[in-house]
Design a protein around this ligand. Structure first.
Ligand SMILES: Cc1ncc(COP(=O)(O)O)c(C=O)c1O
Length: 348
């Protein structure tokens, strides 16, 4: 591995009390190129521009996949990575669907460890802080024929973070636009999925909603996910979340919450959820909570859901599942609760 360290750090000129999610980057980045059918040498160098030409395939055909993961600092000043194995597996699952060569395990794991140990000061110990990690692989071959690239670039950048959303979370059920159709790339963390979501999300934002709830592409009858979060409903005292399909991203937070809920006596059901079921449950007084889960937000309570122009207000529950599960998850992530699941790994 080639390592060239930055001659000065931006750490001391960074305002950690006013971090806007995803806008501040740590001093270094990791880079590795796929050329002539193989991944080359890993390099860690100062965060900065990538050398890329206008003919690079990523710019024309969006052949790119990425991940979102987090590291936390515990009381002993150790950096803990959360479920890195799952992010590694999902990155390669996404890569296969986008016709991108898989990243070998040693490149991903060694690269990640080295990068985090160099930039460990960017991971703050104070409550609410984490280091958001963004691995991405993109088509860097130069060719504007609509075809899969023969060259790719793997990059990891990191960004200190606090909260993703501030304030209320009011969401609206999307009845026209679609995030992902059956047989498409919805299960992959493909760049294009996000590009396609921005226009409908902006329209919803203009109406005062923070996010949309995506529904199935066929007839918008079934709930899929909300923005970049998997979605959950508490109906009576049961937690319900849409079962996975090829149009839903298999959230690592979702998987963790299923385990934590079950192990803490909460009944969980993964199944198809009709939009009308949520409406009817609300009218019968059975819908007690809704929340979203994802790496960036952890567990985010939903304040209201608008379905077919009807706004369902969700009152705060004294025994909120969202808060209970969030505290458990964050405790494990930060090392203040014993990790009996082996979800965390110390950065060496
Ligand atoms: C579309 C989508 N769904 C769900 C999630 C939640 O996934 P995870 O918990 O792995 O972050 C994300 C965030 O990564 C996402 O982009």
């Amino acid at each position: 591995m080639k390592i060239s360290k930055s001659s000065f750090s931006r750490l001391h000129s960074t305002n950690f009390t006013d971090l806007k999610f995803g806008t501040v980057f740590s001093d270094h980045m990791l880079i590795c190129k796929y050329i002539d059918g193989k991944w080359g040498e890993l390099e860690i160098k100062p965060y900065g521009p990538l050398d890329m030409n206008p003919g690079s395939q990523i710019l024309h055909y969006g052949q790119a996949v990425f991940e979102g993961m987090k590291a936390f600092k515990n009381d002993k000043d150790e950096v803990l990575l959360f479920r890195k194995e799952e992010n590694y597996k999902r990155l390669n699952k996404s890569a296969v669907r986008l016709s991108i060569p898989k990243i070998p395990r040693d490149i991903f794991m060694n690269g990640l460890d080295s990068l985090l140990s160099i930039d460990s000061d960017w991971c703050k110990k104070d409550d609410g802080y984490s280091l958001y990690i963004r691995p991405v692989i993109f088509a860097s071959g130069e060719c504007i024929k609509a075809s899969s690239s023969e060259e790719f670039t793997f990059v990891i950048i990191t960004s200190p973070s606090t909260k993703y959303y501030d304030g209320e979370m009011n969401v609206v059920v999307e009845e026209h636009y679609t995030r992902a159709p059956e047989g498409g790339v919805g299960f992959a963390k493909a760049a294009g999925n996000y590009a396609a979501s921005f226009y409908p999300t902006k329209k919803a934002n203009a109406k005062g909603f923070q996010q949309v709830i995506w529904t199935d592409a066929k007839d918008h009858k079934y709930i899929e996910e909300s923005g970049t979060m998997n979605i959950w409903f508490r109906i009576d005292n049961k937690l319900i979340t849409p079962s996975l399909s090829d149009s839903i991203l298999s959230g690592i937070t979702r998987d963790s919450i299923i385990t934590l809920a079950k192990d803490n006596g909460i009944e969980v059901e993964e199944r198809k959820i009709k939009v009308t079921e949520i409406l009817e449950s609300y009218k019968k007084g059975k819908l007690k909570e809704a929340f979203g889960t994802g790496t960036a937000v952890t567990v985010n309570p939903i304040n209201s859901i608008t379905i077919y122009n009807e706004c369902l207000y969700l009152n705060e529950q004294v025994d909120a599942y969202a808060l209970k599960l969030k505290n458990l998850l964050q405790g494990i992530q930060k090392g203040s609760i014993v990790d009996s699941y082996n979800w965390t790994d110390k950065v060496n």
